[in-house]
Design a protein around this ligand. Structure first.
Ligand code: ADP
Ligand code: ZN
Length: 597
């Protein structure tokens, strides 16, 4: 069988994603490789197809024990014999699997790194015919990375004991230092690196002002009742609060954070993978360890700490290649929270992290194509504007807001830079209260100078001034607003300020909250197929996406295959799945089409 034949027969796909074919040929030629691909880039196929085409068993080292069963189920659903060995199994279970491997019945064997390090495993591997080694999440080998696993340091033994067996290391974490560590420790020649583009065109990107986030989220969700997603929050408390607010509105939402016990966390994770929970409100603790291709949206409730984390987190959506939406809420208070977290670090580390935070902040404040910024951050040259971010879809319409800015800044100056945003708006709007009177703020010249602008609009404008760096905020002085060099220029009319009207921002939000016409959820047939998938998944005790991905269902709903041949033409329908599920899905489609016309 050829590699193209295997792709079609086992996975039901027509053509390879970028670099997959090259990597497969490289491994088949007996060479080692380091593969860097974004989440959803299709890393697994890179070693699964060679494993199918070569004699013997491929050994896949993966730190994600919780995922092994789903991965093996996923392979089984495509008719590929696979198994896993980890420390959670008892002796009898593992003896059975070892026996099947030695008898030549298993093409892929997943092993946890600690299990690999045990003496009995070494003895077993020496008896086994091994086709290749695949080291998944290879960045865990580097002590520079955030997921460092000491057991990964022992992997170099594989290269010493099995020098002739090709080894492929795979990761989605890009950094040069980590890459160098992987190459060195696994003794992979530098020229054997495959680095894919990190662009994920199916992910929409949007950044919104972090005011009234819950309201905005509710509106976003109201159009996505059948779509699963994750809301990333900075603190445990926020995850709990947001989940509660959503539950109150009838959503199946749960929270997930590092303060919960293992059993509680696995239960939530399982519920999400099996489509029983629609929304997870999580700290970053939820992430590594979810292998779910039909996550349709990601919301960042707060600004992430750097672009790497942000990109990794949004990357968990839309792994099946179907459209997925990402929304980031940005507020300057988040920047303060991050700065507080850095406070006690040694100076050089603090400076590095602060610089990364600054890049993240600039991304959130930008008014050029956001994908351009992301790709250039990862040292790629984008070919043009993406057309799938909020800036591209709705270029910010600005008006000359110099006078508005001057009113606000002048009030800040006249109150000796002691007031926070709330007091500033009260002064501008001429609201009298005890605090204003006590401080004689009602006596200053700008008192009431901005009555014509609503409270919420003032808040929005001041927000924009802050985000553009036209005024500073002293987090350690009760959020007092402070003038800077630019503020003075504006006050002296040496420079103009351009602002966006809140109504424009509102319109902008509507465009992203809306679903593209053909997207998941709009089509009656798609919903029928989804329901059928759910039933079949429950019967077989596997996650729904293991039966068929959202993308495959969308294509089925769209092309409405009438017979087995047409069904096999749908991307994601391989021979095994055709045999197992084809008939039921064909019937559902036929039923739907006849009752419609
Ligand atoms: P990664 O591990 O890089 O995040 P996966 O290996 O999980 O990515 O693949 C992501 C999704 O893309 C999976 O649903 C997979 O079946 C699918 N996929 C992989 N290669 C192809 C391809 N050549 N054509 C279509 N879909 C593919
Ligand atoms: Zn864009």
């Amino acid at each position: 069988m050829t590699k193209d034949g295997a792709l079609k027969k086992y996975f039901g796909y027509e053509s390879f994603y970028p670099l997959q074919a090259e990597i497969i040929d490289h491994l088949l030629a007996g060479k080692h490789a380091l593969v860097l691909m974004p989440t959803g880039g299709g890393k697994s196929v890179c070693f699964q197809i060679p494993a199918l085409l070569m004699d013997g068993t491929a050994i896949v080292i993966s730190p994600l024990i919780a995922l092994m069963k789903d991965q093996v189920d996923g392979l089984a659903a495509n008719g590929i014999p696979a198994a896993f060995l980890n420390s959670a199994q008892n002796d009898e279970e593992s003896a059975k699997i070892i026996g099947r491997c030695l008898a030549g019945g298993i093409k892929l064997l997943y092993i946890s790194p600690e299990r690999l390090a045990s003496a009995s495993t070494t003895v077993f591997l020496q008896k086994l015919r091994i086709s290749l080694f695949a080291v998944d999440e290879a960045h865990c080998i580097s002590s520079w990375g955030h997921d460092f696993r000491p057991d990964y340091l022992k992997l170099h033994v594989l290269r010493e004991k099995f020098p002739a067996v090709p080894l492929i290391a795979l990761t989605a974490t890009a950094d040069r230092v980590i890459r160098r560590d992987i190459l060195r420790q696994l003794d992979i020649p530098e020229e054997h690196q495959f680095i894919a583009s990190f662009d994920r065109p199916n992910l929409s990107l949007a950044v919104y002002s972090g005011r009234k986030r819950i309201d905005q989220i509710l509106r976003f969700l109201s159009k996505r009742k059948n779509q699963q997603g994750i809301i990333y929050c900075l603190s445990r408390k926020t995850t709990e609060n947001v989940a509660m607010r959503l539950q109150d509105r009838g959503y199946q939402a749960a929270y997930y954070h590092a303060g919960m016990d293992n059993a509680g966390r696995s239960k939530i994770q399982e519920g999400f993978t099996r489509d029983k929970i629609q929304i997870i409100c999580a700290t970053i603790a939820f992430g590594l360890g979810i292998d779910k291709s039909n996550i349709r949206w990601i919301v960042h409730y707060s600004l992430p700490k750097n672009i790497e984390s942000y990109y990794q987190e949004i990357g968990r959506a839309g792994r099946d290649g179907a459209p997925a939406d990402t929304v980031l809420f940005y507020s300057y208070a988040d920047v303060k929270t991050h700065h507080d977290m850095l406070k006690d670090l040694p100076q050089d580390r603090r400076e590095l992290l602060a610089a990364k935070l600054e890049r993240m902040k600039r991304y959130a404040e930008a008014d050029i194509c956001r994908r351009r910024i992301l790709l250039s951050y990862f040292n790629e040259q984008p070919s043009g504007d993406c057309g799938n971010c909020d800036v591209c879809k709705n270029p910010p319409k600005k008006f000359n807001g110099t006078i508005i800015a001057q009113k606000a800044l002048s009030a800040v100056a006249r109150t000796s830079e002691k007031i926070n945003m709330t007091t500033l708006i009260q002064i501008l709007r001429g609201s009298l209260n005890a605090f204003i009177r006590e401080n004689s703020y009602d006596q200053i010249k700008t008192f009431g100078a901005g009555r014509d602008i609503k409270y919420s609009e003032w808040a929005e404008y001041i927000f924009q001034l802050l985000n553009s760096g036209f005024v500073d905020i002293a987090y350690d002085e009760g959020y007092a607003l402070k003038l800077n060099g630019l503020s003075l220029k504006i006050l002296k009319s040496e420079m103009d300020v351009f602002l966006t009207q809140p109504a424009e921002l509102e319109k902008k939000f509507e465009t992203i909250a809306a679903l593209p016409k053909k997207q998941a959820g709009n089509d009656g047939l798609f919903e029928r197929l989804r329901a059928l998938r759910r039933t079949l998944a429950d019967e077989n005790n596997v996650p729904a996406y293991v039966v068929f991905s959202d993308r495959t269902l969308l294509e089925m709903a769209d092309s409405r295959p009438q017979d087995a041949i047409e069904m096999l033409g749908v991307s994601g329908v391989g021979e095994h799945k055709m045999k197992q599920y084809g008939k039921q899905f064909l019937e559902e489609i036929r039923h739907y089409t006849t009752h419609q016309s």
